[in-house]
Design a protein around this ligand. Structure first.
Ligand code: 6GU
Length: 228
């Protein structure tokens, strides 16, 4: 699986060197390319933004550097999917993470300021598969944090990244419910007991209790996830 990221903050993605994804990169399961949008400018100030046509607050990212950066990344790829993080996009879910983990090459274009010139999207769409994707209904200053979250969610679903694939199954959202609560030793801590069923050795009872907890928790916190 290959990820390419175009951004004006390449340093931001240094954290992808560490932890689970860092190990996956060392072992070659995941390849990562970080591209500085300013490397595709040609003026002394490496300008990536300008004032919006029609007026208004904020700045808009210029199309030319984006065009050249995406030329570079897309032309050297075989059928990549280009993703622009945007609060105006389709909402990112575990289902989408699973679909994206089946891709072999994802290209992320991180916008900043008030957005990217619309023609970058229009043009990209003529030469690659493209998606606008939002993390949720709130506003971030730019796409970088969103891309980090998406890469973490997608990357861990790529075979060979998470050591024990079993641990991917019993998780919040994988079965449409929130996760059940987990406990480890000691069995009593600061006056709080571990639920006795978990100490019973009765696997059927444990499974039933965990399912109940998932349903109860989902009803309380995220009733929107439950079927009618
Ligand atoms: Cl993907 N980008 C930005 N800038 N803001 C967001 C978002 C993405 N998702 C939610 N808010």
């Amino acid at each position: 699986m290959r990820f390419d990221i175009v951004t004006i903050f390449p340093e931001f993605f240094g954290v992808l060197d560490i932890s689970l994804l860092g190990r996956a990169r060392q072992s070659g399961v995941i390849e990562l390319g970080i591209h500085n949008l300013r490397d595709y400018t040609h003026d002394r100030h490496r300008t990536v933004d300008d004032t919006p046509y029609g007026g208004g607050a904020g700045m808009v990212m210029k199309p030319e550097p984006w065009g050249e950066a995406l030329d570079d990344v897309i032309e050297s790829a075989d059928d990549p999917l280009v993703i622009f993080p945007s609060p105006a996009g389709e909402v990112f879910t575990q289902r989408m993470a699973r679909e994206l983990a089946d891709e072999s090459h994802l290209v992320f274009g991180c916008g900043r300021y008030e957005g990217i010139d619309q023609r970058v999207f229009d043009h990209t769409q003529t030469r690659a598969r493209m998606k606008l994707v939002s993390l949720g209904d709130y506003v971030l200053n730019g796409g970088e944090v969103a891309v980090m979250a998406m890469i973490e969610a997608i990357g861990r679903l790529v075979p060979g990244v998470v050591g024990n694939p079993e641990s991917l199954v019993q998780e919040s959202h994988e079965d449409g419910l929130l996760e059940y609560p987990s406990y480890t030793k000691p069995s009593v801590w600061r006056g709080h007991d571990v639920p006795p069923v978990l100490l019973s050795g009765n696997h059927g009872a444990v499974d039933a209790w965990r399912r109940e907890q998932q349903i109860e928790r989902t009803r309380r916190v995220r009733p929107d996830l439950l079927p009618e």
